[in-house]
Design a protein around this ligand. Structure first.
Ligand code: AP5
Length: 213
């Protein structure tokens, strides 16, 4: 199974990628998470890309493509992968095809914009392992504490109103056109992601089983 997840910021790509990772036993590769880890570790790459993230802009294509190109060479990708947040532009998708980093399916999680804004404003992430929660929709067992590793939860730096608005604009202009790109290849599946996490997971699993059949 080689899959890419499409959808606006906050649609639930990371949340569902974690479920798919367990179900299919293949790694979820989040370019956003790789970038945030590089920023936190203050690597040369992290310092280079920080300004883009802080403004809600996309990181340049060549940087992200290189990241994914290296990551999919790892042993754990032998039987497949779930790409979360990549490709994000038509140019990234075309380069990916040239490099033979292929996907069987592009799964779009479709959520209305008012719900998106609520999800991003209420998101909390673990400062250590990156696990994602929502203050009402998907809360941690103990407020402010990660269920998985016990570290403190925080608001992501790009989850502030101005940056959220800009990320949604960037999504609409640069990433949404990927729907037509994958539709033209017969690879697009759209699942509504408005309901509870587990309902969306069920709808995704069903859609994937249907294409496997
Ligand atoms: P990235 O980390 O990929 O951010 P994003 O696409 O903006 O997506 P998010 O992580 O915000 O949302 P999500 O869809 O994963 O939703 P989540 O599951 O967290 O990228 C960050 C930045 O990195 C980009 O802006 C860009 O600068 C750069 N970047 C990354 N990839 C790049 C690329 N390929 N090219 C160039 N630049 C790149 O859910 C959101 C919230 O809702 C959570 O709180 C969650 O708990 C909650 N939730 C989820 N589902 C439900 C549900 N069903 N019901 C209730 N709550 C729910």
């Amino acid at each position: 199974m080689k899959l890419t997840l499409l959808g606006a910021p906050g649609a639930g790509k990371g949340t569902q990628a974690a479920e798919l990772e367990k179900e299919y036993n293949i790694p979820a590769i989040s370019t956003g998470q790789i970038i945030r880890e590089a920023i936190a570790a203050k690597t040369a790459l992290g310092n280079e890309v920080k300004t883009y993230i802080d403004r809600g802009e996309l990181v340049p294509d060549d940087i992200v493509v290189e990241m994914v190109k290296e990551r999919v060479k790892d042993d754990d990708c032998k039987f497949g992968y779930i790409l979360d947040g990549f490709p994000r532009t038509i140019s990234q998708a075309e380069t990916m095809e040239k490099l033979l980093i292929l996907v069987d399916c592009a799964l779009e999680i479709d959520v209305d914009e008012d719900i998106i804004v609520d999800r991003l404003s209420g998101r909390r992430v673990c400062s250590s392992c990156g696990a994602t929660y929502h203050i009402t929709g998907n809360p941690s067992k103990k407020e402010g504490v990660c269920d998985k590793c016990g570290s403190t939860l925080k608001v992501r730096d790009d989850d502030v109103p101005d940056v959220i608005r800009h990320r949604l604009k960037v999504y609409s202009e640069q990433t949404k056109p990927l729907k037509d790109f994958y539709d033209a290849r017969g690879k697009l599946i759209t699942v509504k992601g408005q309901d509870k996490v587990e309902d969306t997971t069920r709808a995704i699993m069903k859609a994937l089983k249907d294409i496997e059949a």
